[in-house]
Design a protein around this ligand. Structure first.
Ligand code: ADP
Ligand code: GLC
Length: 478
């Protein structure tokens, strides 16, 4: 039995700000239980909903010396869907309304978390063979394993994997600050280790010191070896390319299942979508105050509203997108400029645009189920889950061909009757507009073809099954 510990800063169903939480919460369920004991550890944030905090069982506590002080580390544990989740408690670091707060404080918060995860293992009586780290928040774990904890026999032989969900976020500050919070010696702050362009870099530490590095799609694994996508670490990615695996994400097929989804007005599946799916559209039109018309082409967006997601392309041609024969539903939060942009167009195009600037699991499911098409014109996209969820809900993705979007959406070819969505190559607003118009035209004028695109999309398998096998293969070579 191989023992694996996922270390992560967010995880469904406890706490989520983006796709990382979906991955950390669902992937562990899909390993062969006879051969792999996969558990997850995350902070015990005060903003985790009370229903989960009430269920969690207090295990024990200890004091850990961190930055010259003995600091409290509480340990909680819960079983959910057959998986064991551990939580690290510390009120000073993990209170607050959101998991990520002030950028500077976050660095110390997750440096504390990373050290606490390792310190907690003997207390939890769980010695993983592999610690699987996710994103910059856990980047110090592979470093500590080879440094502070290396002399202790308990840790000897524990391997680590660093998975990059988004290379944009690296946990960077001055060398002095990163050195202070990581408690690492000068030795580590050279350009071949944690120093990067004169700064300290926590993710870089993870990438340098982990035994294997992965990212969440094949295309992104290639892209990050180039300067444009490499965010300053493309040289390192090339240097580690023999240990770099691209494994595409899946989604939780139980949670995202149009035939059994309690959030949506009408359940449907690959057989019944032609008749039933549209009832979700009219229900959403009513709920959001849009014109109720089952025939109208409806495009959806569910997204963090940041530059990554290609929203400036939309801004550029929004007036051309918005026409009498189209409805546009947006759900998201993020940069104020994009929140206000969508609010503005909601005001301008009353009953055909609906901007919902908040976070809601329920509303996201309603949008995936209701829309005809889903727009995701990302500037870069390590994997992207929303387009995969859309495929599962028979909602045709319109995407830019980058990262995981390229690997999961096959462009429609009307001559060969193949493809599951619409896509464009260049980061160009009019190319995107062209794809939207092409999709709209297919929807209105070639409905049978449109439905076949949906047939093909719904038949694709993006459950975790095949990707979990790849992670098992990775674990077996360590
Ligand atoms: P990223 O991780 O870059 O944000 P992904 O496509 O991988 O992008 O995952 C985003 C996840 O977050 C999806 O499950 C999506 O449905 C969800 N999501 C994003 N914004 C919202 C929102 N405002 N309300 C509910 N769910 C959201
Ligand atoms: C990141 C990426 C997204 C990916 C998710 C889960 O948030 O932006 O593309 O799907 O992580 O791996």
């Amino acid at each position: 039995m191989k023992k694996i510990l996922f270390a992560t800063s967010e995880c469904v169903p406890f706490i989520k700000t983006g796709g990382l939480a979906d991955v950390a919460g669902s992937l562990p369920k899909y390993f062969d239980k006879e051969k792999y004991d996969v558990r997850v550890i995350l902070p015990y944030y005060q903003c985790i909903p009370a229903r989960f905090r009430d269920q969690a069982q207090y295990v024990t506590n200890f004091y850990m010396n961190y930055m010259w002080q003995d600091r409290y580390v509480g340990l909680f544990k819960t079983e959910y869907d057959g998986i064991t989740f551990y939580f690290i408690d510390n009120e000073w670091y993990f209170s607050g309304a959101k998991p990520y707060t002030d950028a500077y404080f976050d660095l110390e918060k997750f440096a504390f978390f990373s050290k606490a995860v390792l310190s907690a293992l003997p207390v939890l009586d769980f010695r993983p063979d592999i610690i699987h780290c996710h994103d910059w928040q856990t980047g110090l774990i592979p470093v500590h394993l080879k440094d502070k904890f290396a002399d202790n026999p308990f840790y000897r032989g524990i391997k680590s994997i660093m998975t990059i969900h988004n290379l944009k976020f690296q946990g960077v500050w001055s060398v002095e600050v990163i050195q202070h919070i990581s408690e690492l010696s000068d030795y580590y702050f050279t350009p071949d280790k944690l120093e990067s362009y004169g700064n300290g870099n926590m993710l870089k530490g993870g990438i340098v010191y982990a035994d294997k590095v992965t990212t969440v799609s094949n295309t992104y694994a290639q892209e990050i070896k180039t300067p444009f996508f490499g965010e300053g670490l493309d040289g390192l990615m090339r240097a580690r390319s023999h240990d770099l695996w691209g494994i595409v994400n899946g989604i939780d097929y139980q949670e995202y299942d149009p035939s059994n989804d309690h959030f949506i007005a009408q359940n449907y599946d690959a057989r019944t979508f032609r008749k039933e799916k549209v009832k979700n559209k009219t229900a959403l039109q009513k709920e959001l105050g849009l014109e109720v018309n089952p025939k109208k082409f409806m495009i959806g967006i569910v997204s963090r509203l940041t530059d990554q997601k290609g929203l400036d392309l939309i801004q550029c041609v929004m007036d051309q997108i918005c026409s009498d024969d189209l409805q546009f539903v947006i759900l998201g939060t993020g940069d104020e400029k994009y929140e206000n942009m969508f609010r503005h167009y909601d005001w301008k195009y009353g009953d055909s645009v609906s901007a919902n600037i908040y976070y809601s699991e329920a509303m996201s499911h309603k949008i995936y189920a209701a829309c005809d098409a889903f727009l995701m014109p990302s500037l870069f996209e390590p994997c992207g889950l929303s387009q995969i969820i859309s495929l599962r809900y028979g909602t045709v993705p319109i995407v830019r061909e980058t990262g995981g979007l390229k690997d999961t959406v096959e462009p429609y070819n009307e001559y060969e009757s193949t493809g599951t969505g619409f896509s464009f190559a260049n980061y160009n607003a009019h190319e995107m507009l062209g794809s939207i118009m092409y999709a709209k035209n297919t929807y209105y004028n070639k409905k049978r073809e449109w439905n076949k695109i949906i047939d093909r999309g719904m038949a694709r398998d993006f459950s975790w099954v095949s990707s979990a096998r790849k992670y098992e293969e990775l674990y077996s070579v360590l």
